[in-house]
Design a protein around this ligand. Structure first.
Ligand SMILES: [Zn+2]
Length: 213
C-alpha cells in the first residue's frame, strides 16, 4: 500500500509564495542586469564623446554591439574630416558595415550619447539597426523623439526599438560643458578660419613634399 504524503493547504500556499517572490527577485535582478549592460555600453560611447571633446569637436560618441561584443566605435569628426556627415553614429555604422561585410545590421544595437539627427536616423533605419539606445534628447535636431517622432511614421519599412535617456545626466553634461567653454572663447570669423585652415593644409602638403624629396 502506497502511503501518500500529507500536504497541508498552508504549505502549498507558502511554497507558491516563495516561488512568486523568487520570480519577482529574478525579474528585478534581470532588469538591473540589463540596465547595467546598457550603462556599460553607453559609458563606452561617452568615452568616444570625450575623444571628440579633446579635439574640439562637438562631443558625441557611439558604439555598435553585436552579441555583446563591441564591433565599432566612433566619435564626431565633422571639423577634422571637413564632412558635414561625419557624425559619430554615421561613422560607427560605416565601420560596422565594413567589418561585417554587409549593409544590414539587423542583429546589432547602437548606443549613442545624443539623440540622432535626421541623417543618422535615416542611416539607422536603412541599415536596419535592431535597437537604438541614446543618452540625451536633442530638442533642436533630434529625429527620433524630438523634432520628428519616428514611431509616428507607420509606413517606414523598419523601426528600431528605441530606449532613451541612458546615463542622461552624463550625456547631457558633456555637451553643456563643451558649449559653455566654447562661448567663453573669442568668436572666430568663418572666412578667416577657412583661410587659416587652407594655409595649414598648404603648409602640411609642402612639408610632405619636402620630406619625399
Ligand atoms: Zn547625425
Amino acid at each position: 500500500m502506497v502511503q501518500q504524503a500529507c500536504i497541508e493547504p498552508g504549505q502549498v500556499r507558502k511554497e507558491a509564495a516563495i516561488k512568486t517572490s523568487a520570480c519577482v527577485y529574478h525579474f528585478i535582478y534581470m532588469k538591473e542586469k540589463i540596465v547595467k549592460n546598457h550603462e556599460y555600453y553607453m559609458r563606452l560611447a561617452l568615452k568616444e564623446a570625450e575623444k571628440a571633446r579633446m579635439i574640439d569637436e562637438v562631443p558625441v560618441g557611439a558604439v555598435i554591439v553585436q552579441d555583446g561584443k563591441v564591433i565599432a566605435r566612433a566619435h564626431n569628426l565633422k571639423e577634422k574630416n571637413k564632412q558635414a556627415y561625419a557624425h559619430a553614429e554615421f561613422l560607427a555604422i560605416q565601420k560596422a558595415s565594413k567589418k561585417l561585410g554587409t549593409w544590414c545590421l539587423d542583429d546589432c544595437d547602437l548606443y549613442v550619447t545624443l539623440e540622432p539627427c535626421m541623417m543618422c536616423t535615416g542611416a539607422i533605419i536603412l541599415s536596419r539597426v535592431r535597437n537604438l539606445y541614446y543618452g540625451t534628447k536633442d530638442p533642436k535636431g533630434g529625429a527620433v523623439d524630438s523634432l520628428i517622432q519616428i514611431k509616428q511614421i507607420s509606413h517606414l519599412n523598419h523601426h528600431p526599438a528605441v530606449v532613451s535617456e541612458i546615463l542622461q545626466p552624463e550625456c547631457s553634461r558633456i555637451l553643456t560643458d563643451f558649449f559653455r567653454e566654447k562661448r567663453k572663447r573669442p568668436k572666430r570669423d568663418p572666412a578667416s578660419f577657412r583661410k587659416s585652415a587652407m594655409l595649414k593644409e598648404t603648409a602640411d602638403t609642402e612639408n610632405k613634399n619636402d620630406q619625399n624629396t
